[in-house]
Design a protein around this ligand. Structure first.
Ligand SMILES: NC(=O)c1ccc[n+]([C@@H]2O[C@H](COP(=O)([O-])OP(=O)(O)OC[C@H]3O[C@@H](n4cnc5c(N)ncnc54)[C@H](O)[C@@H]3O)[C@@H](O)[C@H]2O)c1
Length: 253
C-alpha cells in the first residue's frame, strides 16, 4: 500500500492542502497524514469530514473553511496556522474547478473570470500567502496541481486549459525566483482521474478514455496524491520547477 511506503517521510511537517474536501485534495490530505504530517485541510466544503477521517485513522491536523480566491481568507488561515504551529513546511494547491465545455467562440467573460479566478489566481494567492513564512524558516515545498490540459491541446476546455497552463508557467517562475533559498515549487498534472470532477461523464466515454490511455488504467485520486506527497517530502529535495504528469503515459504519446 502506497501510504505505507511513504510512512514517516513527512514526520513533523505542517502541510496545508487545499481542495481537501474531495477527490485528489482529500486523498493528498489523507496520504500526507499517513506519512506523518500535521495536515491543515482547507476547502469551501467537506474539509471537516476529511479531518475527522484523518483523526480517526490516528493522524493529526486541523480544518479551515477557505475560498482560495479570497485574499483575506488566506491571511486568516496562514495567521491561524502560524499561531498554532509556528511554521508552514508545505502547501499543496489542489482545489480547482472545471467549467461547462467552452471553446473560443462560446467562452464568456464571466466563465473566463470564474475559472481563471479560482484555478490560477487561487494558486497565486496560496503561494503568495505562504512564501514569507517559508523564507523565514529557510525551507518550503509547494506543489501546484495543474492538468494535462495545461500541457497539450484538448477540445472545449478554453479557460480551463489557460488556467492550468498559467499554473505551470507561474510555478516555474516562482521555482526559479526562490531556488537558492531552499524553496521547491513543482507541478503535478493529472490526466483524467476518477473523482467527483468527472461529474456525469458516461461509462462509454470513460471506457474510451481508458482504452486511449497507454497503461490501460484510469488514474485514481490516490495515484495523484502519492506524487504530491513525494514532492512535499525530503525525497524530492533536488527537484524544482518541474511538471510531473500522472496520466498513465497519455502525454508521452
Ligand atoms: N479529476 C480529474 O480528471 C482532473 C484532471 C486534471 C486535473 N485535475 C485537477 O485536480 C484538482 C482536484 O480536482 P478533483 O478531481 O479532486 O475535483 P473535486 O471536485 O473532487 O475536488 C475539488 C475540490 O476543490 C474545492 N474547491 C473548488 N473551488 C474552491 C475554492 N474556490 N476554494 C476552495 N476550495 C475549492 C471543492 O470544494 C472540492 O472539494 C483540480 O485542480 C483539478 O483541476 C483533475
Amino acid at each position: 500500500m502506497s501510504s505505507e511506503r511513504a510512512a514517516g517521510t513527512l514526520d513533523g511537517r505542517t502541510i496545508v492542502v487545499t481542495g481537501a474536501g474531495s477527490g485528489i485534495g482529500k486523498a493528498t490530505a489523507q496520504l500526507a497524514a499517513a506519512a506523518g504530517a500535521y495536515v491543515v485541510a482547507v476547502d469551501i466544503k467537506n474539509q471537516d469530514g476529511t479531518l475527522s477521517e484523518i483523526l480517526s485513522a490516528g493522524g493529526q491536523g486541523e480544518a479551515w473553511t477557505l475560498d482560495i480566491s479570497d485574499r483575506d481568507s488566506w491571511s486568516s488561515v496562514v495567521e491561524g496556522v502560524l499561531a498554532s504551529r509556528g511554521k508552514i513546511d508545505g502547501l499543496a494547491n489542489v482545489a480547482g474547478i472545471v467549467s461547462d465545455a467552452d471553446a473560443l467562440t462560446t467562452q464568456t467573460d464571466e466563465g473566463w473570470n470564474k475559472i481563471l479566478g479560482v484555478n490560477l489566481r487561487g494558486a497565486f494567492l496560496g503561494m503568495q500567502s505562504v512564501i514569507q513564512p517559508m523564507l523565514d524558516a529557510g525551507a518550503g515545498k509547494i506543489v501546484n496541481v495543474a492538468s494535462t490540459a495545461g500541457l497539450i491541446g484538448m477540445p472545449n476546455t478554453l479557460a480551463y486549459s489557460a488556467s492550468k497552463g498559467g499554473v505551470i508557467a507561474m510555478s516555474r517562475q516562482v521555482a526559479i525566483e526562490y531556488a537558492a533559498r531552499n524553496i521547491r515549487v513543482n507541478v503535478v498534472a493529472p490526466g483524467v482521474t476518477q473523482t467527483a470532477m468527472l461529474g456525469d461523464i458516461t461509462e462509454d466515454l470513460l471506457s474510451a478514455v481508458t482504452a486511449a490511455t497507454p497503461t490501460g488504467v484510469l488514474g485514481t485520486a490516490e495515484d495523484v496524491g502519492n506524487a504530491i506527497v513525494f514532492l512535499l517530502s525530503p525525497l524530492s529535495d533536488q527537484i524544482s520547477g518541474q511538471v510531473i504528469p500522472v496520466d498513465g503515459a497519455w502525454t508521452a504519446q
